[in-house]
Design a binder for this molecule. Structure first.
Ligand code: ADP
Ligand code: MG
Length: 361
């Protein structure tokens, strides 16, 4: 038998393989598009999906927009307005996405249209990509901001399309993503619509409790307790982590947000929202710390609602451990864990909710 020839894959195939890694399901597309809208400084982000996002996804924002002559770059590979070079990467980027590949990869596995008008442009323009082939830039009427439409996701990758779950499951994932951004950004009016029906719409008035009300309803919003924690000066909590960062921006761990009364629970961990430096994460260490704080007060298999913002010095956290950036790694994991447990414990204690015999400092 002859040894086979080794050949480089063609670009289209490389693109589809790469797309499979970034774009797993409609919710991953929604995540990328919402991040782009937030990066664009939007004050309103409206998401609407059809059939759980499998048939159509539309994200509209009122952000800075994209100039007509930049539309081709926006959908091109490794093209981004967010970092210049590797030094910017090391300096830590403030924006959410920076790999310059979301629109490119989505365009490879769907019918994508990006339509945009910057505030001071006379008219808008749009570009469409179908299965990786990029069309011409055309003039288009549209309000200030950007609309991205993604139709027929995975129409040209049947193997991946087969992995999609039922519409309700896909929509649940979309809902989880949009909810997490709505709660992390109470100053932005974020809405979600499924098959023409509104799921929720936050006001964008900057008030976290009002965002919780919009997303989870009155019963939950009224059952939420305030968390506002910083380490005591000179106590054991002002750990090495706080001491090490005198020269930088945030120098201490802070934990703020809302956690539910132990009687306001659900039979699912899905409502344990934790955010690190503004990003939604599902770090198991944080979840455990939260549950430890409730210490015996939850009914079996019941979990609280939390919207907990943990701020740590950026140098102490690696948010890119996981490609979808849900897991994080801390340099000082024990310090962060104990801060979170203490923060939630103190909030419960303030409401007289810690069981007797379990004193906390
Ligand atoms: P990245 O976000 O990593 O830069 P994307 O492929 O998601 O890569 O987007 C490419 C570029 O398109 C962005 O850097 C940005 O300049 C532009 N862009 C994408 N979405 C928007 C939007 N909603 N508003 C303004 N500009 C956008
Ligand atoms: Mg992006």
């Amino acid at each position: 038998m002859e040894p086979p020839e080794i050949e480089r894959l063609d670009e289209r195939t490389i693109q589809r393989i790469a797309a499979g890694e970034v774009v797993e399901r409609p919710a991953s597309v929604v995540k990328e598009l919402v991040e782009n809208s937030l990066d664009a400084g939007a004050s309103r982000v409206a998401v609407s999906v059809e059939a759980g996002g499998t048939e159509g996804i539309r994200v509209r924002d009122d952000g800075v927009g994209i100039e007509g002559d930049q539309l081709e770059a926006a959908v091109a590979e490794h093209a981004t307005s967010k970092i210049g070079d590797i030094d910017d990467l090391d300096a830590g980027v403030a924006t959410l996405g920076f790999r310059g590949e979301a629109l490119y990869t989505v365009g490879g596995v769907s019918r994508l249209t990006v339509r945009s008008k910057p505030p001071d442009a006379d008219a808008g323009a749009e570009i469409s990509v179908e299965g990786g082939s990029v069309g011409e830039v055309r003039p288009a009427g549209c309000p200030t901001g950007t609309v991205v439409e993604v139709d027929d996701l995975f129409y040209n990758t049947p193997a991946r399309k087969k992995f999609l779950k039922r519409v309700t499951t896909e929509f649940d994932h979309v809902n989880t993503v949009v909810t997490s951004y709505a709660l992390a950004n109470p100053d932005v009016a974020i809405s979600l619509e499924h098959d023409g029906r509104e799921t929720f719409a936050t006001e964008g008035n900057g008030d976290l409790r009002s965002a919780v009300l919009a997303v989870y309803g009155r019963e939950v919003a009224e059952g939420m307790l305030d968390v506002d924690w910083r380490p005591d000066e000179g106590s054991a909590d002002s750990s090495s982590l706080n001491a090490r960062t005198e020269n930088g921006s945030p120098s201490v761990i802070r934990v703020t947000g809302l956690v539910s009364h132990p009687e306001t629970t659900r039979a699912s961990r899905d409502y344990l929202g934790t955010y690190v430096n503004g990003r939604y994460v599902t770090a198991s260490s944080l979840r455990e710390a939260v549950l430890d704080a409730y210490d015996g007060q939850l009914a079996p298999d019941r979990y609280p609602f939390t919207v907990l913002f943990v701020e740590v010095p950026p140098d102490d956290v690696d948010v890119n451990v996981h490609p979808r950036k849900l897991e994080v790694r801390f340099d000082e994991e024990a310090a962060v864990r104990s801060a979170v447990e203490d923060a939630v414990g103190s909030a419960l204690l303030d409401h007289g909710l810690i069981r007797s015999g379990a004193p906390r400092g």
